[in-house]
Write a protein that binds this ligand. Structure first.
Ligand SMILES: [Zn+2]
Length: 355
């Protein structure tokens, strides 16, 4: 789902590319940072990931996010490096914002090719481990959950099929884990970790206010933007797309409650340029965070209204009365599963709020 009121883009080329669903060319984002757009397999979702090359104080490159694993994307990373005088083997570290294949996808391959260590948040590594560990029992747990949600018997098989397909998780182990507030081991830069659970349990944002940065390019100011620094937001905050919630396996907290907290935490970096994981770079982080929070809370209100019109309703009955963009009667398999999961998440959030 997208929003009509879009925040101002920092790059016209990226804005156009996003509208036409084609990966934009690599761009200099100032401050020793450049973009690398990495296409995803064709589908209804976002068409490309925005990864970033960041030069450290010694002039060596670090990569933030890796994109979908494909030979074409590996070449794109190589070309973006070469355009700035680097080779693949110069890559000094790889920071991954979250566990989804459009961000973590090429990390293992790049690490193997370059020896560069991969960094993840500690919470995200725990999510990967939990997903891998619980995969063998997913179908059984999906059956139990469907029962608890009041799913009619004839709709249960399609949910079990979804669980069966999803139960193939590739294990991954990061070389270093970062916690909230940590400064990343990137020489000459003060790149700080802000862990923002919601989209996944350990989604990582990175704040670089450029104060102590000595990276090449234009340290202390971003070309053209006049910004005082940058914040890499992964999929936590995108300029027009609303990222899904709780998409990283079992979450220690309600994903919506966590997301609302994380939005207010990252909104305080409103003065910085926003470098998201998809679409285009933009300004106006606080406005965008407020809009995302309102979007999710509207859905909570809708779920509350549906719940209150029914006596002792099940999750399935409530979901059937909520407005979904494909139309409830058209929702099958994964889409149905995701609608039920969201409804359950909103109900739990409402309960946490004593509503
Ligand atoms: Zn993504």
């Amino acid at each position: 789902m997208t929003d009509e009121v879009a925040p101002p883009a920092l790059s016209e080329a990226e804005l156009r590319a996003s509208a036409s669903r084609t990966a934009p060319a690599s761009e200099d984002a100032g401050g020793g940072i450049s973009t690398v757009a990495l296409p995803l397999p064709p589908g209804p979702n976002v068409p490309y990931t925005l990864a970033y090359l960041v030069a450290d104080g010694d002039g060596a490159p670090h990569l933030i996010d890796t994109g979908w694993d494909s030979p074409d994307n590996l070449e794109r990373v190589e070309r973006a490096l070469a355009a700035r005088g680097w080779r693949l083997s110069d890559l000094s570290s790889i920071v991954v914002t979250h566990l989804h294949s459009d961000h973590l996808g090429m990390a293992a391959a790049l690490r193997e090719r370059t020896g560069a260590p991969v960094l993840l948040s500690r919470a995200e590594q725990a999510s990967i481990d939990a997903l891998v560990g619980s995969a063998p029992t997913w179908v059984e747990r999906a059956r139990e959950r469907a029962g608890g949600w009041g799913v009619p018997a004839d709709r249960i098989p399609e949910l079990l099929e979804v669980a069966e397909r999803a139960a193939h998780v590739t294990p991954f182990r990061a070389d270093a884990l970062v916690d909230d507030g940590d400064t990343l081991p990137i020489p000459g830069r003060s790149l700080r970790a802000v862990v923002t659970p919601g989209h996944t349990p350990g989604s990582l944002c990175l704040v670089d206010d450029l104060d102590d940065s000595v990276g090449p390019g234009s340290p202390g100011s971003l070309d053209g933007s006049g910004g005082s620094g940058v914040v890499f937001t992964g999929d936590h905050v995108l300029p027009t797309v609303y990222s899904g919630l709780g998409l990283g396996g079992p979450s220690p907290r309600n994903a919506l409650t966590a997301m609302l907290d994380s939005l207010s935490r990252i909104a305080q970096y409103d003065a910085l340029d926003v470098l998201p994981g998809h679409e285009y770079r933009f300004r106006g982080l606080a406005d965008r965070c407020a809009r995302i929070a309102r979007h999710h809370l509207r859905r909570s209100e809708e779920v509350a209204r549906a719940r209150d019109t029914l006596a002792d309703p099940t999750v399935f009955e409530i979901a059937s009365r909520v407005s979904w963009s494909p139309g409830w009667e058209n929702m099958r398999g994964f889409v149905l599963q995701s609608a039920l999961q969201q409804t359950a998440m909103h109900l739990e959030h409402l309960m946490e709020e004593d509503r």
